[in-house]
Ligand binder design. Structure first.
Ligand SMILES: [Fe+2]
Ligand SMILES: [Fe+2]
Length: 469
């Protein structure tokens, strides 16, 4: 199989640059003659060869989506979906489900063999082959190579990613409990697998997002934190007035609706509303002041009253008495269809974990964090860290079906990205810097709303912050 550098050189030889997605596609197909077929069809004035120049690769969506409700439809995460956890049996089901669904996404692009079959039969020792497994452990050796223990349903295998190979860059970002595919060769003693390529479940490069045929715009926000003394009520009032003058159809709020109580030590000193019911009453009154024609969709976050383990259930009725009737409560995570455009709402607690595990990641890169979720097709890959996960029979944190928009929050810093056709939006917060954030050197970007046009999927950011004097 050609390396990425060899593929790039083939294109440079003909004075063309090549997009990394095309390089990856060529590697995955491993088909002799594919580069020549691409080069034969590239128009004369092309500078960069992109996926549209790959012969036979067409849009995977036909542009039709059947909807029971033409405006808002909850695809997953409706009230009552997340049940309780019943002992260790569910953990087994949970991880099996995670492995089979994410592994299936990789397997749909390439053949792979069971780990046990590879080790049992010596005839594979010198052959290049692919195995798919869940990462049980990952570490760096004393010589600076990366080593991962991966496991499928048959056996486990130690996989070495040498620091002098191109695959090392991908291997540095391996996270516990994610599902990966590796292509390479087994050592002669059959105990170690030398990886040359790493594959993640990822998004197909020919993914073509669905776009609404009807006009419609959605406003995306999160982290309102009502009840905190740093909640920006002046900015919120400007936002509410602006919404009243707009013709936007949808408002989505991705968690941390209120500041909550007992979330961190000493929080009571920073609360203007110290009663949790009153915090939700104040939030409900704010939503009631917005135009009733706007369909509001609300999911919880780690500051909300429900259990912290994800999937988090909807906010219980005892707390939503003041919420208006145009408000739909969903779980965290949830997928909603807006005029057919799928929006996956996820508060984003796992970003705390990913920042600690991915080299170079930081809180002001929520766009990059959303890409890391999409490439793994999982909202919270690392299990047993700061993101509590309630292991049910199926893994609700898998990103499937693929949405057009991934809407997150939690980090309080705006981030927008587009990865293989999927738009990632984190709109920030409605709370100014807290004492804790100051201590941690986190600089929030408050009072922003991101509006997405459902016909084009183009985002636009509006600020309601106090004008600078
Ligand atoms: Fe928050
Ligand atoms: Fe949060």
């Amino acid at each position: 199989m050609l390396s990425a550098q060899e593929i790039a050189l083939r294109f440079i030889d003909t004075r063309l640059q090549v997009h990394p997605d095309v390089v990856r596609y060529i590697q995955e197909q491993d088909e002799p003659g594919l580069i020549d077929r691409i080069l034969a069809q590239v128009p004369k004035d092309t500078v960069v060869v992109s996926t549209k120049h790959i012969p036979g690769l067409h849009a995977t969506r036909d542009g039709t989506r059947f909807l029971l409700d033409p405006s808002v439809e909850v695809v997953s995460g409706s009230s009552g979906t997340s049940g309780p956890v019943n002992g260790t049996g569910d953990y087994l089901h949970y991880f099996r489900d995670r492995y089979s669904r994410l592994g299936g996404m990789i397997r749909s692009r390439m053949g792979a063999m069971p780990i046990e079959g590879l080790t049992r039969n010596t005839r594979y020792r010198q052959e290049e082959c692919t195995i798919i497994g869940m990462v049980v452990d990952v570490s760096t050796t004393k010589n600076g190579h990366r080593i991962a223990e991966i496991e499928d349903t048959s056996a486990s295998m130690s996989v070495l990613f040498r620091k002098d190979r191109p695959v090392f860059h991908d291997a540095e970002r391996i996270i516990h409990d994610e599902v990966i595919g590796v292509k390479g060769k087994l050592s002669t003693d059959g105990r170690l697998f030398f990886a040359e390529h790493l594959y993640r479940p990822d998004i197909r490069i020919d993914n073509t997002p669905f776009k609404s045929e009807q006009p419609g715009k959605a406003v995306l926000i999160s982290d309102v934190h009502v009840g905190s003394n740093t909640f920006l009520d002046g900015a919120w009032n400007r936002f509410a007035d602006w919404l009243s003058d707009s013709d936007y159809g949808y408002l989505l709020i991705a968690g941390d609706l209120v500041d909550g109580i007992g979330i961190y030590p000493g929080q009571e000193q920073e609360l203007t509303i110290k009663n949790i019911y009153e915090q939700y009453d104040a939030f409900g009154a704010m939503l009631s002041d917005l135009p009733s024609r706007i369909k509001i969709i609300v999911s919880p976050g780690n500051h909300d009253v429900v259990r912290g383990a994800e999937p988090q259930p909807v906010i219980p009725a005892a707390f939503t008495k003041k919420f208006p009737s145009n408000c739909t409560l969903v779980e965290n995570p949830a997928v909603v269809n807006l005029q057919g455009v799928r929006v996956m709402m996820y508060h984003g607690r796992s970003i705390d974990d990913m920042i600690g595990l991915i080299p170079g990641a930081s809180y002001d890169q929520s766009g990059m964090m959303m890409e890391e979720m999409l490439v793994r097709r999982h909202l919270a890959p690392a299990y047993g860290r700061r993101t509590p996960i309630a292991a049910g029979k199926s893994d609700r944190l898998i990103i499937d079906p693929l949405p057009e928009i991934l809407h997150t929050g939690h980090v309080h810093i705006k981030g927008i990205t587009t990865y293989r056709g999927v738009l990632g939006v984190n709109a920030g917060t409605w709370q100014s810097q807290t004492a804790f954030q100051k201590q941690m050197n986190v600089n929030p970007t408050p009072a922003l709303a991101v509006v997405v046009d459902l016909q084009t999927l183009v985002p636009e950011t509006f600020s309601f912050a106090e004008p600078a004097r």
